[in-house]
Design a protein around this ligand. Structure first.
Ligand SMILES: NC(=O)C1=CN([C@@H]2O[C@H](COP(=O)(O)OP(=O)(O)OC[C@H]3O[C@@H](n4cnc5c(N)ncnc54)[C@H](OP(=O)(O)O)[C@@H]3O)[C@@H](O)[C@H]2O)C=CC1
Ligand SMILES: O=C(O)[C@@H]1CCC=N1
Length: 267
């Protein structure tokens, strides 16, 4: 995820390469790869000079958050902004584990950040100034669209947009397989599927009609689309997508509860 964000930042040209430093724990090979690919500074976390950094973007796995916050607590000051992309880790959890007044923002991007097409949610913590919210929004707009949302909607947002690309990729895997089995070249059917998905997404974004209206326009009575949609519904297509979003949202909620439990335990 960190690489996707870096890639979007660089392409946006709003941030100079010299303004971006990436850090990991110890994987030197990965650091060299990022350094060569993006021309940015890439160091292990122990080599970071924390005092020179205005905005930290945390992008490790949620399970690693405790060690990270403990490490950061005494190295950063309240005016340094912390942006977290970690699924299921609340701003209050981070605030409780950092020094009083620490500015923290939770965001939920997706991997389309890589090509500046993320749909990123932003939820500020309690101590963040309006200037820092605007800065975070500007930064997230470098990697796609950005939306300010209430943090209590972050789980469902994660189910829709954080995990969302994976549902569409999975759908495309099936389209590719069925097209290939029917004799189309695999690469060709991949491109056809992607162009179809892209065109449909663009129609929703650029036309006035709702997805329902757009669907109805394609569906002639007793035609091919009606036959396709009947099969889709008979095999639970709609339900499957509803359940996918709900399950991802519920896992996000579970991750929050797990970290909150640890917080109570620590107190
Ligand atoms: N993948 C996605 O589509 C999305 C992911 N997210 C969130 O992004 C986060 C990262 O996911 P993902 O990119 O898949 O994870 P990865 O495991 O691919 O990457 C995690 C990175 O964090 C580094 N890291 C771990 N601990 C530290 C530390 N203490 N200090 C500095 N760096 C550290 C790791 O470095 P090292 O190898 O050296 O340990 C590694 O480079 C997750 O919290 C996830 O919830 C959010 C939205 C979408
Ligand atoms: O699967 C995950 O946990 C992360 C969070 C959102 C997308 N991927």
């Amino acid at each position: 995820m960190a690489e996707a964000i870096i890639s979007g930042f660089i392409q946006s040209e709003k941030l100079a390469k010299e303004q971006i430093i990436t850090a990991n724990q110890c994987n030197q090979e990965r650091l060299s790869e990022l350094k060569n690919k993006y021309g940015i500074e890439a160091v292990t976390k122990d080599q970071l000079d924390y005092t020179t950094i205005d905005v930290f973007i945390l992008a490790m796995k949620p399970k690693d958050i405790d060690g990270v916050l403990e490490d950061l607590r005494d190295k950063i000051t309240a005016d340094q902004l912390l942006i977290s992309v970690l699924a299921g880790i609340s701003t209050s959890y981070m605030e409780e584990n950092l020094n009083d007044g620490q500015q923290v923002i939770r965001v939920m991007p997706n991997t389309s950040s890589m090509i500046q097409e993320s749909a990123t949610a932003i939820s500020p913590g309690r101590h963040v100034s309006m200037d820092q919210v605007l800065l975070a929004k500007e930064m997230m707009k470098c990697i796609g669209e950005a939306y300010l949302i209430d943090e209590d909607k972050m789980d469902i947002y994660t189910g829709i947009a954080g995990s969302g690309p994976a549902y569409f990729y999975n759908l495309m895997e099936h389209v590719e397989n069925v097209g290939h089995q029917a004799g189309l070249d695999r690469e060709l059917v991949r491109e056809i599927g992607a162009q179809t998905l892209f065109g449909a997404a663009k129609m929703i974004l650029e036309q006035e009609e709702t997805p329902k209206e757009l669907r109805e326009k394609i569906t002639s009575p007793n035609g091919t689309t009606a036959a396709g949609l009947d099969a889709l519904n008979a095999y639970g297509g709609g339900l499957a997508i509803i359940e996918a979003v709900k399950s991802a949202a519920s896992r996000s909620k579970e991750l929050s509860k797990e970290s909150e439990k640890q917080l109570v335990f620590q107190k």
